[in-house]
Design a binder for this molecule. Structure first.
Ligand code: PLP
Length: 276
């Protein structure tokens, strides 16, 4: 079951216009929501971010927030998904190809749910990464469809036989190709500040809340790749990856090369935020 252009349809019933600006320019925004036990996790935080992305790229949301909440509820119910994700994207609409905004374009929303199990193996054992230059634009805080640099990074990870890419600008670690990054050094949790250079992850926000509750010292300050090499622990955060330990970077083990104690503590606390 899909929501596409004002109605609920079967996947095969969709006719997407080649004139959709999402195709021509990646001219759109999106959100990925997590579903646990048939309920949408941190829905309001995702909606706040959606509204902000829309405002900053000057796309008028095609529906009110109340209507969007109803679309989400209906999709989750009709899809009968207990554990999965809900993908939602809004493009600037359909119009003959021209860079400037169309005069009478109506934004187009697409949304659907998918069964996505929790990545328990990666969460238990950790993942490996390589580092790469962060070649993205300077508004990484907006969740837009322009993901070509992220796509290239993720493929570089696959080509290297690892699971993620740690991005850095001139040696300052920003985030990963599809997740935020945190590291622990001397019991202090470090992560890049939530500015224009990273996506303000919802999972990142929840983890920082949990870290404060655990009375962990947190530093939202830039740190270098060299610092990450010397870290005691590191992990990535994201809607689908939750808190996944990063145990190796650029062929070097992080800490003792296994998921760290603070990482595990945060994983346990995180799980409690959606457990029944
Ligand atoms: N950073 C990037 C580049 C992402 O694509 C994502 C998620 O897709 C995140 C961070 C994590 O954000 P969230 O926790 O809201 O899923």
């Amino acid at each position: 079951m899909y929501f596409y252009k004002d109605s609920f349809v079967e996947k095969t019933d969709r006719m997407i216009s080649p004139d959709d600006r999402g195709y021509y320019f990646g001219d759109g925004i999106y959100e990925v929501f997590r579903i646990y036990h048939g309920k949408v996790y941190e829905q309001e935080a995702h909606l706040v971010r959606l509204v902000r992305s829309a405002k900053d790229v000057r796309i008028e949301l095609p529906y009110s927030l109340e209507q969007i909440r109803e679309i989400i509820t209906t999709l989750v119910k009709k899809s009968r998904i207990s554990e999965g994700t809900l993908y939602m994207q809004i493009t600037r609409g359909e119009a003959p190809r021209a860079h400037s905004f169309p005069q009478n374009g109506k934004p187009v929303m697409t949304a659907y749910c998918t069964d996505v199990p929790r990545p328990t193996d990666a969460m238990d054992n950790g993942i490996r990464a390589i580092s790469q230059d962060d070649i993205r634009w300077l508004r990484c805080d907006l969740k837009t469809l322009n993901l070509l640099p992220n796509v290239l990074s993720k493929q570089a990870a696959v080509d290297h036989g690892v699971q993620e890419v740690v991005l850095h600008r001139g040696g300052i670690v920003t985030e990963c190709s599809a997740s935020n990054l945190m590291m622990v050094k001397n019991q202090i949790l470090h992560t890049h500040p939530a500015n224009h250079l990273i996506l303000h992850g919802i999972t990142r926000m929840v983890v920082l809340r949990l870290a404060h509750a655990l009375k962990l010292e947190v530093r939202e300050e830039p740190f270098t790749l060299e610092d990450l090499y010397q870290a005691d622990e590191a992990f990535i955060t994201g809607t689908t990856v939750e808190i996944t330990p990063l145990v190796e970077i650029d062929n070097k083990p992080i800490g003792s090369g296994i998921p760290g104690t603070i990482t595990k503590q945060l994983q346990q606390q995180f799980e409690r935020t959606f457990s029944k």
